[in-house]
Ligand binder design. Structure first.
Ligand SMILES: NC(=O)c1ccc[n+]([C@@H]2O[C@H](COP(=O)([O-])OP(=O)(O)OC[C@H]3O[C@@H](n4cnc5c(N)ncnc54)[C@H](OP(=O)(O)O)[C@@H]3O)[C@@H](O)[C@H]2O)c1
Length: 341
C-alpha cells in the first residue's frame, strides 16, 4: 500500500526534528513561561517654566539655563509687571492638574519690580495648585551666593574660621549683585561696607538692607567713594574686597593695590575688561595677585554661579508644590556644591 506524504505531514516531521535537535542541545524540554509585565504609565506631563522678566527682552541666559536643566518648555514673558501676575499665574496653574510640573522663574534688571512680582506670584498660587518659584533678578541671587560661598571657602584655606567679624568692602555694591551679597554677608555677621558714587543713595540703601537682613544680622554701612584717595582709605584695613561694580569699569588701580597691606582676599566678578581690580584675571582662583593678597576672578566665580543656577532649576523641575528658591536657598546650594568638590 502506498502512502502519500502530504505537505502537512512533512511540516510535522520537520517540527519534530527541530524539537529533537533543541532537546539534544539543552538536554531537556524547554518551557517558555510568559509572565505578564505591568507597565506603569509614566507621568508624561511636560515640565514647563514660566519665565517672568521685567526687561524688554527675556534673558537668553536664563532661558538656556532652564532648557539645559531639563525643562521641556520655557515660556518667556517680557516687560513683566506685578499687576499682571494674578491673571497669568492662575491661567497657568488652573489649566493643569494640581502638582503638575510648572515652575515660575522671576528675572530682569528691575530688581524692585521683580521682588513685587515674586510676592504676587506666591500670593496667586491657590492650594492645591502650588508650584516652585525661583527668584533671581539679573542673576543677583545666584551670583551673590557664589561670591559669599567662594570667599568663605578661600578664607578657610587662609586660616579664617568664617566671615563673622571680617571687614568686607563691597565696591560699587549698589547694583543687584552687590546688594544681595551685602545682605548675605550681614546675615553671617560680617562687617559690610557698600561703596557708591552717590552718598545719600548708598546711606539710605544700607539702612534698608540692614532692615531686610533682619534680627541678628550686622549693620550694613554705606560710604561714598569715587577718587583713589577715598577708595584707598576704605579698603586699606579690609579683610575682604568684593569688586561688584558695573561691567567694564576699573575701580581699584594698580597704584592703590600696591599700597595695601597683606592678608586680604579679593574677588572681582567683572568679566568685561578693564576688570574691576587691576592685576586680577578672570581665571584666578585663590592666586596670589599682590604680596599676601589672594584673588578670585570672574570666570572662577561664574562657574560656581552657573552650577548653582543649574542645580536650582533641576530641583525646581522635579519639585511638586510650593518651594521658594531665593538667595537663602542659593547660598546653601553654593556651599554644598563647593563642599562636594
Ligand atoms: N561673573 C559672573 O558670573 C557674573 C554674573 C552676574 C553679574 N556679573 C557682573 O557683576 C557685576 C555687577 O552686576 P550688577 O548688575 O549688580 O551691576 P550694575 O548694576 O551694572 O552696577 C553696579 C554699580 O556699579 C556702579 N558704577 C557704575 N559705573 C561706575 C563707575 N564708572 N565707577 C564706579 N562705580 C560705578 C554703580 O554704583 P553707583 O552709581 O551707586 O556708584 C552701580 O550701581 C557686573 O560687572 C556684571 O557684569 C558677573
Amino acid at each position: 500500500m502506498k502512502f502519500k506524504i502530504t505537505k502537512e505531514m512533512r511540516k510535522i516531521t520537520q517540527e519534530k526534528e527541530l524539537n529533537r535537535q533543541i532537546e539534544s542541545i539543552l538536554g531537556k524540554k524547554t518551557i517558555l513561561e510568559l509572565t505578564p509585565i505591568i507597565i506603569k504609565k509614566a507621568d508624561l506631563s511636560d515640565k514647563i517654566c514660566f519665565f517672568f522678566d521685567t526687561d524688554d527682552n527675556a534673558s537668553p541666559f536664563d532661558i538656556n539655563m532652564a532648557y539645559d536643566a531639563g525643562f521641556d518648555i520655557v515660556v518667556p514673558i517680557s516687560k513683566m509687571t506685578a499687576d499682571q501676575v494674578p491673571k497669568l499665574v492662575q491661567d497657568a496653574i488652573f489649566s493643569r492638574k494640581p502638582k503638575a510640573p510648572t515652575t515660575f522663574f522671576i528675572g530682569g534688571s528691575n530688581v524692585k519690580e521683580a521682588e513685587k512680582i515674586a510676592k504676587e506670584v506666591i500670593k496667586s498660587l491657590i492650594p492645591p495648585f502650588e508650584c516652585p518659584v525661583i527668584i533671581d533678578p539679573r542673576g543677583s541671587h545666584t551670583t551673590a551666593s557664589a561670591i559669599v560661598a567662594l570667599t568663605l571657602q578661600v578664607a578657610r584655606i587662609h586660616g579664617f574660621l568664617d566671615l563673622s567679624g571680617k571687614k568686607i568692602i563691597c565696591l560699587g555694591g549698589t547694583g543687584p549683585v552687590g546688594q544681595i551679597a551685602a545682605l548675605i554677608a550681614s546675615k553671617i555677621n560680617a562687617k559690610v561696607i557698600i561703596t557708591s558714587r552717590r552718598e545719600q543713595f548708598v546711606k539710605e540703601l544700607a539702612e534698608k538692607l540692614t532692615i531686610k537682613a533682619g534680627k541678628g544680622a550686622t549693620k550694613i554701612i554705606g560710604e561714598v567713594a569715587d577718587t583713589d584717595e577715598q577708595y584707598l582709605k576704605i579698603v586699606k584695613d579690609a579683610d575682604i574686597i568684593w569688586s561688584v561694580g558695573k561691567a567694564g569699569v576699573q575701580i581699584l588701580s594698580n597704584k592703590i593695590m600696591n599700597q595695601l597691606p597683606p592678608n586680604k582676599i579679593i574677588v572681582d566678578i567683572n568679566l568685561v575688561p578693564p576688570y574691576g581690580i587691576e592685576g586680577i584675571k578672570p581665571k584666578h582662583d585663590n592666586n596670589e595677585i599682590y604680596p599676601g593678597i589672594f584673588g578670585i576672578g570672574a570666570l572662577a566665580l561664574g562657574r560656581l554661579k552657573a552650577n548653582v543656577e543649574g542645580q536650582i532649576l533641576k530641583e525646581a523641575a522635579a519639585t511638586k508644590g510650593l518651594k521658594i528658591y531665593d538667595y537663602n536657598y542659593a547660598f546653601n546650594v553654593a556651599k554644598t556644591l563647593l563642599a562636594r568638590e
